[in-house]
Design a protein around this ligand. Structure first.
Ligand code: FVH
Length: 296
């Protein structure tokens, strides 16, 4: 690729882990001039053969950047470390590293003080979904709206782009909220497999398909919970009430004991359900457990 023969926005990318490399390949495939940097230099070699330029240092990559600088690093600490040594004045930064909302807000403030603009992103995709729109992967963005609109076409190259507000912390908050829900789901899947795994003649693939279908059918209950949280009426549209579910939890725990499975992944949430019923809300759905989690 001749870097001067395209009208596509030049992209600088810091970080060539699994996700960074997938992003790099998507930009190269779409014909964007691409400069990459990675702490461990060897990871850039294949991309250079595929048309990318490489920089010796992160500060060097940022200093010659004429377009947006994307960061896809391990965590907040690595982003702050990499940005600390760079001259940011006049630069457009797009952070795609998973981090906390508080650190995103602080980074946006500090970037502004250093003359840069920052858009924060949270990637809702795994590397094989990058550059493949049919997989439905997307990235939450928040912070500088003008920056988002200006670079929207470039941002949409690896995955869909969804702007969720001017608060620079909101992309991270949405990202972490969805990842947290996913973690709870993984815990449920692990418990389910623990219950059945020692059974003779278990057809694991068949069980996995049943589990996947059931979780898919139940995931929509989040919509009902949102409606209840909006209205404040936690009995609205309830199809499975807390009193019934809490009684059913006894069966879940007894079965775990019979199968010699530690129920510790389930019991914290069961305790919240029990508390809400004890407060006299057995006719509600699960929305009342949300308020019990607040620590502020
Ligand atoms: N991979 C995934 O499934 C998920 C999908 C959703 C989004 N996440 C987040 O994306 C960020 C990057 O993830 P990744 O998969 O690329 O992660 P790694 O393959 O572990 O690569 C990490 C890169 O970060 C570099 N790095 C780490 N520490 C430093 C540092 N102190 N200074 C500079 N660079 C640093 C590391 O460099 P090296 O080890 O190769 O030298 C890699 O380039 C992440 O936030 C996910 O949560 C991915």
């Amino acid at each position: 690729m001749d870097h001067h023969s395209t009208s596509k926005t030049p992209v600088t990318l810091l970080g060539l882990g699994d996700m960074g490399t997938a992003l790099a390949r998507a930009y190269l495939a779409a014909g964007h001039p691409l400069t990459v940097w990675n702490r461990t230099p060897g990871k850039a070699e294949a991309l250079v053969r595929e048309g990318a330029r490489t920089a010796d240092t992160a500060a060097g990559a940022v200093s010659v950047a004429t377009g947006p600088v994307l960061l896809c690093l391990l965590d907040d600490a690595s982003v702050d470390e990499v940005l600390a040594g760079a001259e940011l004045n006049g630069k457009d930064l797009v952070n795609l590293t998973t981090g906390t909302p508080a650190r995103a807000r602080e980074r946006a403030r500090r970037s502004g003080e250093r003359g840069a603009r920052l858009l924060d992103g949270g990637i809702m995709a795994v590397p094989p979904m990058i550059g493949r729109p049919e997989t439905g992967g997307y990235v939450f963005y928040s912070g500088d709206r003008e920056l988002f609109e200006r670079h929207r076409e470039m941002l949409e190259v690896p995955a869909g782009a969804m702007f969720v507000g001017g608060d620079p912390g909101h992309a991270a908050l949405y990202d972490v909220a969805l990842l947290s829900a996913m973690t709870g789901m993984f815990a449920g899947i692990a418990h389910a497999f623990a219950l059945v795994n020692e059974e003779k003649d278990l057809d694991r693939p068949r069980f996995a398909r049943l589990l996947t279908d059931w979780l898919g059918a139940m995931a929509g209950s989040g919509l009902g919970m949102a409606a209840q949280l909006e209205s404040g009426d936690y009995t609205e549209g309830v199809v499975s009430n807390l009193a019934m579910m809490t009684a059913g939890n006894r069966t879940l725990l007894d079965t775990a004991a019979d199968q010699s499975v530690d129920p510790r992944l389930l019991t914290p949430y069961m305790e919240l359900m029990r508390q809400r019923v004890a407060q006299g809300h057995g006719d509600e759905g699960l929305a009342g457990t949300v308020g019990l989690l607040g620590t502020g």
